[in-house]
Design a protein around this ligand. Structure first.
Ligand code: ATP
Ligand code: MG
Length: 200
């Protein structure tokens, strides 16, 4: 499974609808400082609900909505809503139809050769709201996270290696480094379950 494309609407510096296609094997993004490269990574973390532990660069969710003040357009009022859609290629069948149907809570998920995960954040006068969609069906963050976990995409995992992570790993003690290997190999989950079982 790989990311086929990302569609950004009013997300951070992307003040208009932007589609970013990705290749199956390897894609690099280049551009001048401040042009929005890291914002694209933030978009993926935001949409897939991976941000909690991997640190998206925003203090509050509404900071993710395009703000014209950043572009020196002080007098324009910005949009009140942003969204990111991550389209995953599932042609190899990493996730089965029933897994997708289960997570979406609906049979009406279309063709599961592509899986679309979309998140929207909306600002009102005194609050903000977050919405998730799986192949167009409204669902909860936990539904999305559970589904992605079945494809090995988790907030605790190393699907996303952030700036500084590599240095962090180099500076770890051998014991700590071992924990990372266990995490990636999927052994850590069983260690935790074993601990729990002993505790009972
Ligand atoms: P570098 O090469 O320095 O790492 P980059 O390409 O990764 O740069 P980003 O950090 O992705 O750049 O983008 C930073 C830009 O995004 C800044 O110019 C900032 O003003 C803009 N930005 C961040 N949040 C918003 C927002 N809510 N609305 C509009 N622009 C925003
Ligand atoms: Mg950057």
């Amino acid at each position: 499974m790989y990311i086929d494309e990302i569609v950004l609407e009013n997300f951070k510096s992307f003040g208009r609808t932007t589609r970013i296609p990705f290749y199956e094997d390897f894609t690099t993004i280049s551009g001048p400082n401040g042009s929005g490269k890291s914002n694209i990574i933030d978009a993926v973390l935001f949409a897939l609900g991976l941000a909690r532990t991997r640190g998206m660069r925003a203090e509050k969710l509404t900071d993710l909505i395009y703000n014209p003040a950043h572009a020196d357009e002080e007098n324009t009022s910005g949009p009140n809503e942003a969204s990111v859609e991550v389209v995953l290629d599932n042609e190899e069948g990493t996730l089965s139809r029933s897994q997708v149907v289960n997570a979406a809570g609906s049979d009406n998920v279309g063709d599961v050769d592509t899986i679309s995960v979309k998140r929207r954040v909306k600002r009102t006068d005194d609050n903000y709201y977050s919405y998730y969609y799986l192949n167009g069906r409204s669902c909860n963050l936990s539904d999305i996270q559970d589904l992605l976990a079945q494809a090995g995409i988790t907030p605790e995992g190393y699907n996303v290696v952030m700036q500084g992570d590599v240095t962090g790993i180099i500076n770890m003690t051998p014991g700590e480094r071992r924990e990372i290997v266990d995490e990636i190999a999927g052994v850590a989950e069983f260690d935790a379950k074993k601990e729990d079982a002993y505790g009972e």
